[in-house]
Design a protein around this ligand. Structure first.
Ligand code: PEP
Ligand code: MG
Length: 578
C-alpha cells in the first residue's frame, strides 16, 4: 500500500482499478520482482511484443497506406518487433536482474536508441526516433494505456496520467471513469475544472504517481482530502467504503435544499449561477438548484474535434442551453482558446509562453471569421431567452472597443439579412487580469456587467502558472494582493452601478463564500456540483457575520493567516465539508 498526497481538485471518493494513459514520455522506475515472478514478466513482455506487432499490422491494413515512406517505417518497426535477438535481450535482463517487463523493455530499447544517436551517419542516428516509438508502443501494451481503452471502456477505472489535457478529460465517459489522478496540474487548471464539472473525484500534483503505479493496480482517490492510495489493504478499503457512504449521505442531505432560496439568515438574497462547459450541463445546474448560467465556456465546442464548429453548431449549443433556463440569464463567454486549450497543438511552433500569448480575446481579434461566426450564432440565439455576451481576458479598453465594434458589424449584417436578434443584449467582460482590475472604473463605463475570473486573476497577479504543480503552494486566490484587486473591482462595479459576479473557482470553494459576501458580492457562478454546499453556507450565516469577517481578513497581510482563518470559520458552519 502506498499513500500519496496531492491537491484535491474535485470532491468525492472512488475505488477502482487504474488505467494509465497518455504516458508518452514514460519514465519507468526500476522495480525488483521476486524470482518466482520472473516467468510472469517474461510472458508479459512476449505478449506485449505480439500485441504491438498485431496492432501495427492492423494499422497498416486499416489505413491502406499508400505512401512508400510510411510503409517503410512500418516495416522497420515490425522487423524490430519480430527480432528474436531483441526479445532475448529483454527476457535475459528480466531473468538476470529480476526486474519488471516494462523496465527491461525501456532499458534495452533506450540503450539501442542511444547507440544509434552516437553513429555519425544521419540515416542511422535518425533511427533512434523509431526505437523510442517502438518503446512507447510496447509500453503502451504493458501499461494498459492504449487510447482506445479509454474510448471503449467496459469496466470502472481510475485514470492515471502524467498530465491530462482539458480535451481528454472532457471526453471521459463518466459511467466508467470513476476517478482521476495526475502527476502534474493545479487547482484551477482547466483539467481540474472539467473534472469538477463532470463530478469525477480527482487529485492532481501527485508528482511521481505514474512511476509507482502499474496498470490494473487498485487505487483509492480521495478528492476531498487530496489523497491517493495505491493497492490499499483490506482495512483501508473498508474504511474508505464507509467514508464514501457518509459523503454520499452528506451530499444527499444537501440535495434537499435545492428548492430553498440562497438567502442569508438576516435576509440577503444571493444569486447562484452555474459554470458549464457543455450545453447538457445546464440541466445539472438546474437540478442542483442554480438559477442561471453565469459562465458558459464555449471553447469546449472546439475541443475533441478536427474542425471548427459551424454557426449552426454554435447556435444549437446555445439554443439547447437557453431552453433549460428560458427566462434566466445565460452568459455566453466568447471563445477562450489558447494557453492550455486547442491552439498549441495546432501550431507549427508552440508559443514559448502560451498563457501570456495569443490567447482568448486576443486570439479572436486575430481570427475574425471564427469570432464573427460565434457572435452571429449568439445573436441569433439571443431571441430565445436572456442570453448575454461576455468577452474574456480583456486587458485594456481598446480590446473591449474592438470586440464591441466587431459585434456591431455582425449586428449590421444580421440587420441587412433581416434576421432577428436582441438589440439590447447585455455585454460584459471577465475581469481576470490585473490591468483590467486596475482599470475597472474605466472599463465599467462601456459594459453592462463584470464577472471576476479569479483563476486567471490569481495567476497573473501572483505570476504563478495555475497549472504548474511545482508552484502550486504559491497559488492562492486569498492572497492579500489578489483580494485587494477583487475589492477594487467590486467597488468600481458598485460605483458604476453595473452588475457583478464572481465566476472563478474561488466561488466554488465553501471556505471563501463568507468572505466574498462580506466583500459585497451578491452573485456567484460556480461548478454545478458545489451549488448545494455553497447554498448551505449562505443559509447558515448572517451578512453581519460576513461583513465582520471580511473586515478582519482585509486587515491581514499574510495569505497563510487568511486561509487558516477562513478554514476555521467555515469548519464551524459546515463541518461535514471537511
Ligand atoms: C477564470 O479565469 O477565473 C475563469 C473563470 O476562466 P477560465 O477558468 O475558463 O480561464
Ligand atoms: Mg480565465
Amino acid at each position: 500500500m502506498e499513500i500519496k498526497k496531492g491537491i484535491a481538485v474535485s470532491p468525492g471518493i472512488s475505488i477502482a482499478k487504474s488505467l494509465i494513459i497518455d504516458s508518452e514520455d514514460y519514465r519507468i522506475p526500476r522495480r525488483s520482482i521476486k524470482p518466482s515472478q520472473r516467468m510472469i514478466e517474461v510472458q508479459r513482455a512476449r505478449n506485449a511484443f505480439r500485441a504491438a506487432a498485431d496492432e501495427l499490422t492492423r494499422l497498416e491494413a486499416d489505413q491502406k497506406i499508400e505512401q512508400q515512406k510510411i510503409k517503410d517505417i512500418f516495416a522497420v518497426h515490425l522487423r524490430f518487433l519480430r527480432d528474436r535477438s531483441l526479445r532475448k535481450k529483454i527476457t535475459d535482463l528480466i531473468h538476470s536482474e529480476s526486474v519488471t517487463a516494462e523496465y527491461a523493455v525501456s532499458v534495452t530499447l533506450r540503450e539501442i536508441a542511444s547507440n544509434f544517436t552516437r553513429v555519425k551517419d544521419a540515416y542511422i542516428s535518425e533511427r533512434a526516433a523509431d526505437i523510442y516509438d517502438i518503446e512507447r508502443r510496447l509500453l503502451r501494451q504493458l501499461l494498459g494505456s492504449k487510447r482506445e481503452d479509454v474510448e471503449h471502456l467496459t469496466e470502472e477505472v481510475t485514470i492515471v496520467a502524467r498530465e491530462l489535457s482539458p480535451t481528454q478529460t472532457a471526453g471521459f465517459n463518466k459511467k466508467f471513469v470513476k476517478g482521476l489522478a495526475t502527476d502534474a496540474g493545479g487547482r484551477t487548471s482547466h483539467t481540474a475544472i472539467v473534472a469538477r464539472s463532470l463530478g469525477i473525484p480527482a487529485v492532481v500534483a501527485l508528482e511521481d504517481l505514474t512511476e509507482i503505479i502499474r496498470g490494473g493496480d487498485i487505487v483509492i482517490i480521495d478528492g476531498n482530502r487530496g489523497i491517493v492510495i495505491v493497492n490499499p489493504d483490506e482495512g483501508t478499503i473498508r474504511q474508505y467504503e464507509e467514508y464514501s457512504r457518509e459523503f454520499l449521505e452528506f451530499e444527499h442531505r444537501l440535495d434537499t435544499i435545492r428548492e430553498k432560496p440562497a438567502v442569508t439568515r438576516d435576509g440577503t438574497k444571493i444569486t447562484l449561477w452555474g459554470n458549464i462547459e457543455f450545453p447538457d450541463e445546464a440541466e445539472i445546474v438546474l437540478q442542483r438548484g442554480g438559477e442561471g448560467i453565469g459562465l458558459y465556456r464555449t471553447e469546449f465546442l472546439y475541443l475533441n474535434r478536427p474542425s471548427e464548429p459551424t454557426e449552426a453548431e454554435h447556435y444549437e449549443a446555445y439554443a439547447e442551453t437557453v431552453d433549460v433556463f428560458k427566462h434566466r440569464p445565460v452568459i455566453i463567454r466568447t471563445v477562450d482558446l489558447g494557453a492550455d486549450k486547442y491552439t498549441q497543438s495546432r501550431r507549427f511552433a508552440p508559443e514559448p509562453n502560451p498563457f501570456l500569448g495569443l490567447r482568448s480575446i486576443r486570439f479572436c481579434l486575430q481570427n475574425l471569421m471564427m469570432f464573427k461566426t460565434q457572435l452571429r450564432a449568439i445573436l441569433r440565439a439571443s431571441v430565445l431567452g436572456d442570453i448575454r455576451i461576455m468577452f474574456p481576458l480583456i486587458t485594456n479598453i481598446q480590446e473591449l472597443m474592438q470586440a464591441k465594434m466587431i459585434l456591431r458589424d455582425v449586428m449590421e449584417d444580421l440587420d441587412e439579412e433581416s434576421i432577428n436578434y436582441n438589440k439590447d443584449i447585455e455585454i460584459g467582460i471577465m475581469v481576470e487580469t490585473p490591468s483590467a482590475a486596475l482599470m475597472a472604473s474605466t472599463l465599467a463605463r462601456d459594459v453592462n456587467f463584470f464577472s471576476i475570473g479569479t483563476n486567471d486573476l490569481t495567476q497573473y497577479t501572483l505570476a504563478v502558472d495555475r497549472g504548474n504543480e511545482l508552484v502550486s503552494t504559491l497559488y492562492s486566490s486569498v492572497d492579500p494582493a489578489v483580494l485587494r484587486l477583487i475589492r477594487t473591482v467590486i467597488q468600481d462595479a458598485y460605483k458604476a452601478q453595473i452588475d457583478l459576479s464572481v465566476c472563478g473557482e474561488m466561488a466554488s470553494e465553501p471556505e471563501y463564500v463568507m468572505l466574498l459576501l462580506g466583500m459585497g458580492v451578491r452573485t456567484i457562478s460556480l461548478a454545478p456540483p458545489m451549488i448545494p454546499e455553497v447554498k448551505q453556507i449562505i443559509r447558515s450565516v448572517t451578512m453581519t457575520d460576513c461583513n465582520n469577517l471580511a473586515r478582519k481578513i482585509l486587515g491581514m497581510n499574510s495569505e497563510r493567516q487568511i486561509a487558516s482563518f477562513l478554514r476555521n470559520a467555515t469548519r464551524k458552519i459546515l463541518p461535514e465539508a471537511f
